[in-house]
Design a protein around this ligand. Structure first.
Ligand code: ACO
Length: 311
């Protein structure tokens, strides 16, 4: 089975920047507490933007940057936990906004913060069978809409944003593993019409879960791929919390610099965090064709997934 090449990427972030000091106007907190516990300095909150408008903007940029023929996009997948509508899907709205051909499969995919990783795996399957050349995979979130500002330990973490990637089949290596541990206790949000739609999180339990599965799953896919951390150019983990990534970095002593981080600017943007990071890295010339990357997503489900990809 073929691997995946990331042909192009794009991102969209709301204009409104919310600093830790800005949060002091809503909750009892401090820049020092948030920075030490999470590494976050600012995040973005939608004002005029919506989840859908961010998804459309990120997709448009990816298409423009890659000079992509839209008629060659066979599927639009939007990984999101905060869609504007339960249905029709965000992906359908992206198809319309971009004026795309009707012959395109489009659907949303909800796997919490693991959504982008699972979207990649689904995209890989579609690329083997569809008639067209590309899949458009977007991670888009408007988490500011579902955070509970009465829970100061949780609301400080999250932000809004979207990232998009145009994918095509390639001969590069691709190894991925995914796991699910049915658990509604530590991370959840009620569905539409089922109580108040606010995110609930037991922070310290998420922390313990995340640091354990991150290290294990990264090691597992490297073993599957027959590579070591020495062979890897970059490690892109879901940007949940700088302390979580820092904890895992320490387990790969001497290779700390391979772990990429931008959470200080955007907070935790759930399914959008990895494609936003990818786009920044590409803009900086860091992700080149042939780059060997480890990707890791983890979150509600509890679910987690890691991949080793030559992009
Ligand atoms: N400002 C100031 N003080 C605060 C704040 C705040 N925003 N929030 C909590 N506190 C206080 C608490 O009241 C408590 O005070 P007390 O000791 O007097 O009772 C103290 O700080 C410690 O509170 P804890 O909740 O124990 O804080 P902890 O050190 O566990 O840090 C945090 C909380 C940052 C959420 C941590 O548990 C964590 O990093 N968890 C991981 C969660 C995560 O990253 N989730 C990502 C989302 S899910 C995902 O993406 C997979």
């Amino acid at each position: 089975m073929k691997g995946i090449r990331i042909v192009s990427t794009g991102k969209a972030l709301p204009k409104r920047i919310v600093s830790n000091d800005d949060l002091k106007e809503i909750i009892d907190t401090s820049d020092e507490w948030i920075t030490t516990r999470t590494g976050i300095k600012t995040r973005r909150y939608c004002k005029e933007e919506t989840n859908t408008s961010l998804a459309i903007e990120a997709a448009t940029k990816a298409i423009e940057k890659g000079n992509i023929d839209m008629n060659q996009i066979g599927a639009i997948l939007v990984a999101t936990t905060t869609a504007d509508l339960a249905f029709p899907t965000t992906a359908c709205r992206v198809q319309k906004a971009l004026g795309m051909d009707e012959e395109v499969m489009s659907f949303d995919l909800n796997a919490g913060c693991t959504g982008f990783l699972l979207g990649l795996n689904v995209a890989r399957g579609l690329l083997q069978t569809q008639r067209k050349k590309y899949v458009l995979l977007i991670g888009s979130e408007q988490l500011s809409r579902i955070v509970n500002f009465e829970d100061r330990g949780t609301c400080i973490l999250f932000g809004d944003g979207a990232g998009a990637a145009i994918l095509e089949a390639s001969d590069g290596a691709y190894f991925q593993r995914s796991w699910t541990r049915g658990n509604e206790d530590v991370l959840s949000c009620p569905g539409i019409g089922n109580g108040i739609n606010k995110l609930q999180m037991k922070g310290s339990e998420v922390f313990k879960f995340a640091v354990t599965v991150l290290e294990q799953s990264l090691r597992t896919v490297m073993e599957d791929a027959g590579v070591t951390i020495d062979d890897v150019d970059y490690v892109l983990c879901h940007q949940a919390n700088a302390r979580i990534i820092g904890h895992v970095q320490k387990k790969f002593k001497g290779y700390e610099d391979k772990f990429m981080m931008n959470i200080q600017k955007y907070g935790n943007t759930s399914a959008a965090s990895i494609p936003i990071l990818m786009d920044e890295m590409r803009d900086e010339g860091k992700l080149q064709p042939g780059s060997k990357v480890l990707l890791a997503g983890f979150g509600a489900g509890l679910s987690w997934s890691s991949a080793y990809i030559e992009i």
